[in-house]
Design a protein around this ligand. Structure first.
Ligand code: 5AD
Ligand code: SF4
Length: 496
């Protein structure tokens, strides 16, 4: 599954870049030439810039969109923004300025879900002024029409499987319809493919290759909110990747709840073959993919990383628990040993592969001994980073029926122990880079610290200084010497 974050998606001129939406920062929208005005310029997937025929002087409909959750949501929002722009809307940066206020929501844990209801109640006062509110994404799909009861001023409730019908839904809202829904498409075989994607970064972009999930892990709400698993054809993915390369993108991240469960509907390419083919496109320098499921993780993925240098040396492989019994109760479909076998393939790769993971503590019935098995797995794998979560009971999921809930304080204690142990592992692992040089893709400048920031191919954050006469450009690939290490980042100096 995917990294979680909360980020307002706002329009910004291209020259001002921000951290990756999926890495915790606010995502800024790059529209190939600045804020859209009367004449909206949209970078379409078609490789050309489409000039939408909005008449100068004509009042434009405005919208505000805030995004919560994972990279999948961040990228869905890029497509939703593109769709709205193509329907003649203009994106604004505050709720106050907007006629239509949209929240693209996450329901993976209770806390994420609460955030959207807090937002809605903060802004309901604006309903009387004629603003319309819409809830999109996982909370919309999960709660459905109940949202209208809880927040009667909401006009639109739409799950991600229904986004392709957004233009028709917008027409209904504009016509004054009070309750518009898009909730009935979870069984669809179609992905949300749109020719308009308002990407948030001109150098690095996402491509969804598979939507939905059929795994039904006992704790997880995703199969209920994002619907059944469906893949795009490899031809369609490759043509989008080529168009991005033509537009100057150098880094592509393939996205899916389980990218490696990818099945080409045309039967042409396996996931590993698709990965390699994207990596071989001229102009593409880095290809990432997230998230992989251990059950479907084949050796051919490592072979592809070995064979194609543009495939990044980083694999995110969520384990969730180190205990055999808990893995079984979670319905994860692999054993600890099978997981460790996949880790051993990665450790035998030609390049050192950075391995990261997601872990849940306090799953119902998890004993102290079982939790310690998770701690011992950290020692066995030596991850480069983990995302640890306290188990959060979710609607509809099989784990709701399990007894032996673990008290919140105990979950918090286990999470703190997990993070502390991992911090020590990272402190040790990162020290190995001291005195070595690494290639960094420059992402932004931190004026206050007088530093530049970027990421290595292994996805490690690298902060560095550069001489006045050799300032790097955002999006450039530079060589940096490591002069300091921390548990979560590297520090260095540009090599000129
Ligand atoms: N409680 C806590 N964490 C969860 N995740 C998914 N569902 C839950 C839940 N109910 C975590 C998993 C997943 C990550 C994105 O979120 O670790 O990999
Ligand atoms: Fe990932 Fe399992 Fe949730 Fe599917 S059900 S999205 S595999 S955690």
């Amino acid at each position: 599954m995917l990294t979680q974050t909360a980020s307002p998606t706002v329009a910004e001129p291209c020259s001002r870049l921000s951290p990756d939406a999926g890495q915790g920062g606010p995502s800024k929208l790059c529209l190939g030439g600045g804020l859209p005005s009367a004449d909206v310029r949209l970078r379409a997937n078609g490789g050309t810039r489409v000039i939408l025929d909005h008449m100068p002087g004509e009042p434009q409909k405005t919208f505000y969109l805030e995004t919560f959750g994972c990279q999948m949501n961040a990228h869905d929002s890029e497509k939703v923004v593109g769709t709205l722009l193509s329907e003649g809307y203009r994106q604004v940066q505050t709720v106050e300025e907007a006629e239509l206020v949209l929240y693209n929501t996450c329901s993976i844990r209770d806390k994420a879900e609460q955030k959207v209801f807090n937002r809605l109640s903060d802004y309901k006062k604006f309903y009387k002024q004629g603003k319309r509110f819409g809830v999109l994404g996982c909370v919309a799909q999960q709660e459905g029409e109940k949202i209208f009861e809880r927040a009667p001023y909401v006009s639109l409730v739409c799950g991600s499987a229904s986004y392709r019908n957004l233009p028709q839904m917008l027409i209904q809202i504009e016509a004054g319809k009070q309750r518009v829904t898009g909730l009935d498409d979870r069984e669809t075989d179609e992905c949300f493919e749109t020719e308009f994607t308002a990407r948030t970064n001109p150098h690095r972009g996402y491509i969804t290759i598979i939507e939905g999930c059929d795994k039904f892990c006992a704790y997880c709400v995703v199969p209920f909110t994002r619907g059944k698993e469906r893949s795009r054809t490899s031809d369609s993915v490759l043509s989008e990747a080529r168009q991005m390369a033509d537009l100057g993108y150098t880094e592509i991240q393939l996205l899916g709840q389980n990218v490696n469960s990818y099945k080409d509907p045309a039967g042409k390419k396996s996931f590993a073959e698709l990965l390699a083919a994207v990596g071989e496109i001229a102009g593409i320098r880095r290809v990432r993919f997230t998230t992989s499921h251990p059950r479907d993780f084949g050796r051919d993925i490592i072979d592809a990383i070995d064979a194609v240098p543009t495939l990044c040396d980083h694999v995110h492989l969520p384990v969730q628990s180190g205990s055999e019994r808990v893995l079984d109760a979670m319905q994860r479909l692999y054993t600890r040993d099978e997981y460790l076998e996949r880790i051993s393939w990665m450790k035998a790769a030609r390049r050192e592969i950075s391995i990261t993971s997601d872990i849940i503590v306090g799953f119902p019935g998890e004993t102290e001994v079982e939790f310690e098995e998770t701690l011992s797995l950290l020692d066995d794998v030596e991850y480069d980073s983990i995302f640890g979560f306290k188990y959060s009971p979710r609607p509809n999921t099989p784990a709701l029926k399990l007894d032996d809930a673990i008290p919140d304080e105990e979950k918090a204690r286990r999470l703190a122990m997990l993070n502390e142990k991992q911090r020590e592992i990272q402190r040790r692992r990162y020290q190995r880079y001291l005195g070595t040089t690494l290639e960094v893709m420059v992402e932004n400048r931190n004026e206050a610290r007088g530093q530049w920031s970027g990421r290595t191919s292994q996805n490690k954050v690298f902060n560095f200084t550069a001489p006045e006469d050799a300032k790097p450009n955002v999006g450039a690939y530079v060589t940096v010497m490591t002069t300091g290490t921390f548990p979560n980042s590297l520090l260095g100096e540009l090599v000129v």
